[in-house]
Design a protein around this ligand. Sequence first.
Ligand SMILES: [Zn+2]
Length: 92
Amino acid sequence: MGVPFYLAEMEDTFSRDVLIAGEDLWLDGALVGLEEYRYRWTAKVYAGRIEQVSLKLRGDEVIAISCTCPVKGLCAHLAALVMAVQERVEES
Ligand SMILES: [Zn+2]
């Protein structure tokens, strides 16, 4: 797994294909219910199946990340999550 990594470095952490697929999911609104509690962010991704995604932040560093899909590692669901979190953190 590519953790830890900084939010701003996600484009160096995920492969290009996964970034593109994740961006599609995010822009299509497939990621819903984004919530944060004590620096742990969770959401669901509707992509055929429903996947549960989560990550934990320390400052702007992702120190843990997980998804329920069969891909072991950094999947498109997680790319969508990181994009959504990045946007939310920048807003606040
Ligand atoms: Zn996944």
